[in-house]
Design a protein around this ligand. Structure first.
Ligand SMILES: *Cc1c(COP(=O)(O)O)cnc(C)c1O
Length: 497
């Protein structure tokens, strides 16, 4: 007779502390065959530590199974489509990982002398050159650790240039469709933010922009294509307006997956921009990083780039610290080098034609989804779709179902949700970015899921409102979870004071 059924796959995993049993160990050592000494006496008290109180005691197999089970609780790009708009969750090709594990690259140490670091410096120097070519810019720094960090670095460069001309100015102009990191960056760099309204086509309104640009404006921070997945078709004119008043154009390059190999920001008036290697160039993404946010600039900003600068002198690469106008370091050492290696592997495995094809496929995939979903969901902005499309929940709201509910129901169909409620200018936004790495078969499954959910909402809205039904945990109270988190430690449940 079966007394107790233990499901290994779907169970809610206890904390490791709850699995602890005194005296269990992950290893066994043979008996000591030398005289024992007191570690504190031998090494000094400051170099030793006592037992950690309450540390879990489990066997090796228990530790392995605990973490392996936990690893199955998450959705991942290796499981299926991950259509988070604005995030470019593309598959990370395994060749990147293989190259990053080459011993000389994986073990390179920042304190190694330059003479023993020429290989990794060559990787970084080559990547800088290639990124400059892709963006149409004159120089690149690889130091910033992520997109938002790149924005901050880029705005510091603008501030330094304007300061060197005698006036750092006061304001940054930011369209209302911008990512939240843009105004945050502006504020951290000491600028006041002025919002620019989008027009009904979802683009920057050139007339309002022209009125807003005066001698107090340091720069416009613009995302292109913007967060509606719409290319700012007046970008050249926009850049002229800024430049005519001595202001600069910062481009948030998070959406470069729609442009690589097709259009270059340096050719349409951009002075400085960042790239997200963890988006466009396929380095791993999510789970807290590490990411990489290189910044590309035109000639007039080169003197201000973070130091040290990587330079080629004859046959050798060398770090130049003698950069009197530099904004200084923005990151310890030289950036997240593992990401540089992966991005270069990705770029070289694709080649120029391959990168361009990836862009065309990313745009094709987004348009395929748009065409098939449009009969079922509201599409507020009808301008041509680039690499992502933004629907709204307007029709479903009439039955009391909102974007967040549809996203939860998608989980039951085996997909990661799309981006919910962003960009803010679309009420009830459903932002979908498939990327080029998805096959037609996978896109069809996703489209079928969304169409099926639209039908469910018409016949049984409750079903969708209570989703997800097939996960370990169903709906959580997100407000209480954020305001009064319950943190478990050693099996004790304690609401935070
Ligand atoms: C992702 C993103 C950012 C921020 O990049 P991180 O690497 O997450 O810091 C900024 N702007 C846009 C439009 C983005 O999509």
């Amino acid at each position: 007779m079966i007394k107790k059924v233990r499901q290994h796959i779907n169970q809610n995993e206890p904390l490791l502390f709850e699995n602890s049993s005194p005296g269990k160990r992950g290893y066994q050592l043979p008996p000591l065959d030398v005289p024992s000494v007191d570690p504190a006496a031998a090494l000094g008290a400051s170099n030793t530590r006592s037992e950690i109180e309450g540390f879990p005691e489990v066997s090796e197999v228990e530790a392995i199974r605990h973490f392996t089970r936990l690893s199955t609780h998450n959705y991942a790009i290796d499981l299926g489509l991950y259509p988070l708009g604005s995030c470019t969750m593309k598959y990370n090709p395994r060749v990147n990982e293989q190259v990053a594990r080459i011993e000389g690259l994986a073990w390179a140490h920042p304190y190694q002398p330059e003479s023993l670091s020429q290989g990794i410096l060559e990787v970084m120097g080559t990547l800088e050159q290639i990124l400059a070519e892709i963006t149409g810019m004159d120089a690149v720094t690889l130091q910033p650790a992520a997109g938002a960090h790149g924005e901050f670095t880029g705005i510091l460069l603008i501030r330094a240039l304007l300061q060197s001309q005698g006036n750092a100015r006061k304001k940054l102009l930011i369209p209302d469709s911008a990512h939240g990191t843009n105004p945050a960056t502006a504020t951290m760099a000491g600028y006041k933010v002025e919002n620019i309204k989008s027009n009904e086509r979802g683009m920057v309104d050139v007339e309002s922009l022209a009125r807003a640009v005066d001698e107090d404006v340091a720069a416009l921070m613009i995302t292109n294509p913007n967060t509606l997945g719409v290319f700012e078709e007046n970008i050249t004119r926009i850049a002229e307006i800024l430049h005519s008043k001595g202001a600069l154009v910062y481009m948030d390059g998070a959406n470069m997956n729609a442009l690589v190999g097709v259009a270059r920001p340096g050719d349409f008036g951009v002075d400085v921009m960042h790239l997200n290697l963890h988006k466009t160039f396929s380095t791993p993404h999510g789970g807290g990083g590490p990411g990489s946010g290189p910044v590309a600039v035109k000639k007039h900003l080169i003197p201000f780039l973070p130091k040290p600068r990587l330079e080629r002198v004859g046959e050798r690469w060398t770090w130049n610290y003698d950069r009197p106008q530099s904004v200084g370091r923005v990151r310890a050492f030289y950036g997240n080098i593992g990401m540089h290696v992966r991005a270069l592997a990705y770029i070289m495995a694709h080649g120029g034609d391959g990168l361009r094809n990836a862009t065309l496929d990313a745009v094709l995939n987004a348009n395929y989804i748009r065409a098939l979903i449009e009969p079922y969901y509201d599409l507020p902005h009808k301008a041509p779709t680039m690499h992502e499309c933004v629907f709204s929940d307007e029709r479903q709201t009439k039955r009391g179902v909102h974007t967040g509910d549809i996203a939860k129901r998608l989980i039951d169909y085996g997909f990661h949700p799309y981006t919910v409620s962003f960009p803010l200018i679309v009420h009830g936004a459903m932002m979908i970015e498939p990327t080029e790495t998805e096959s037609k078969a996978e896109l069809d499954l996703f489209v079928d899921a969304l169409i099926s959910i639209a039908a469910e909402i018409d016949t049984d809205a409750e079903l969708v409102l209570k989703a997800p039904h097939h996960t370990r945990t169903s709906r959580v109270d997100e407000v209480t979870a954020a305001r009064k988190p319950i943190v478990r430690w050693k099996g004790v449940t304690e609401p935070r004071p």
